[in-house]
Write a protein that binds this ligand. Structure first.
Ligand code: ATP
Ligand code: MG
Length: 367
């Protein structure tokens, strides 16, 4: 039953607080991701669970066992590192059965496991190859096979796909998830790539500066971000500053720059309060020409970018705010630079937040 619990866990490196009073419950058989910008403390959390570093404060449980004083080798975990960490002088086969061997399994059992996991990662025909004879994707598959062969029910993966090209990453991430699910393992996967976390995770913890900002399913984080930071880090958002000018049955009305008013959803905020409106680029409705429409602002297209699947417009609204609008390129009629447009705000899909105390720019900074 390898669920993982961190209770009030803090890890300091001198003045740096790499894990700041972290409380987290990763369920048994869950595929869980730790997501956040570089330096936010993802690897530190993974190393704390693995026992490679010790917390200054707090408790770590794997299953029902308090593991604070349990050495890494007795925690029954598989670890896949970001950089290729295979033994260079061993071929794939020896790398993979290293775990079962040092655990003292009899040779026959170790071999059975070795064949099984190599089949699983589809590299059985390369069991003689040395790491330097394998591609990056193959090396990471061997690294996963090696972690699986050790028989641990808890798999810790630190940016296992980080060094691979986009196409290989996309395939391998589903393969890893499938193996974890087929073998009924619990996986904790570290990544700074939100698309990767969204695609493979049952739940995600968004981390910033050592703190857990929000935990949820990919859908929850995308549809209901609880902070400006999550709205920014998961998917993409336009942020417009203003203040609450009035409140009615359907929601709040925010006054943006230069007196432009937009209706948004309901939120527990007061009239006059400073606020940030967040709108996903794909949820705007954009139309050619000047239209009299509910909840819309006129604008002018400043830039168009063809991105393949999508076309992206940078639009200067008449109140001088800039927004990005994204539309499927094969479906919509394309608009041109300089064209006058009407941009409608989707009231039910807007998000509204209190203006961050540290300032919007600082709140959104990822470093
Ligand atoms: N051994 C160490 N000694 C001193 N500081 C450390 C040590 N390990 C990590 N840190 C610091 O702790 C903070 C968190 O580092 P960590 O490696 O956990 O971040 P990360 O989220 O994994 O980043 P990345 O995405 O770049 O791998 C950073 O400020 C880092 O410099
Ligand atoms: Mg890291």
């Amino acid at each position: 039953m390898p669920d993982v619990r961190l209770a009030n866990v803090t890890k300091r490196y001198g003045k740096i607080v790499a894990a700041d009073n972290v409380n987290l419950h990763i369920y048994d058989k869950e595929y869980f991701s730790l997501l956040g910008p570089s330096g936010c403390g993802k690897t530190t959390l993974l190393r704390l669970v693995a026992g490679l570093v010790q917390p200054n404060e707090g408790e770590i449980y794997i299953g029902d066992r308090l593991v604070n004083n349990v050495p890494p080798e007795d925690r029954d975990i598989g670890f896949v590192f970001q950089t290729f960490a295979l033994f260079p002088h061993m071929n794939s086969w020896d790398n993979v059965i290293y775990g079962p061997r040092v655990k003292g399994f009899d040779m026959k059992k170790a071999e059975t496991i070795g064949h099984e996991v190599l089949e699983m990662v589809r590299l059985h025909e390369r069991l003689d190859a040395y790491p330097n004879e394998l591609s990056g994707g193959m090396m990471q598959r061997i690294a996963v096979a090696r972690a699986l062969a050790a028989g641990a029910k808890l798999l810790l993966l630190d940016e296992p796909l980080g060094q691979l090209d986009a196409k290989v990453r996309n395939v391998l991430r589903y393969e890893i998830r499938k193996m974890v699910k087929d073998l009924e393992l619990t996986a904790v996967h570290v990544t700074h790539d939100q698309a990767e976390a969204m695609a493979i995770s049952d739940r995600i913890a968004v981390i910033k500066k050592g703190r857990i900002i929000q935990v949820g399913t990919p859908k929850e984080l995308y549809m209901a971000p609880k902070s400006v930071f999550v709205a920014h880090f998961i998917g993409e958002s336009n942020f417009l500053e203003g203040y609450i000018s009035s409140i009615n049955k359907e929601g709040l009305i925010i006054e943006l720059r230069n007196g432009m008013r937009v209706h948004t959803v309901q939120k527990n905020m007061k009239k006059g309060e400073r606020a940030v409106l967040a709108v996903r680029p794909e949820t705007f409705v954009i139309e050619k020409g000047i239209k009299k429409k509910k909840n819309s602002i006129l604008g002018i297209i400043e830039r168009t970018t063809f991105e393949g699947t999508n076309i992206r417009y940078k639009v200067r609204l008449e109140n001088d705010d800039l927004v990005m609008v994204v539309k499927p390129s094969l479906i919509e009629e394309w608009l041109n630079v300089g064209e006058k447009v009407t941009v409608s705000f989707p009231q039910s899909k807007t998000h509204i937040f209190a203006y961050p105390e540290v300032g919007l720019k600082e709140e959104l900074a990822v470093e």
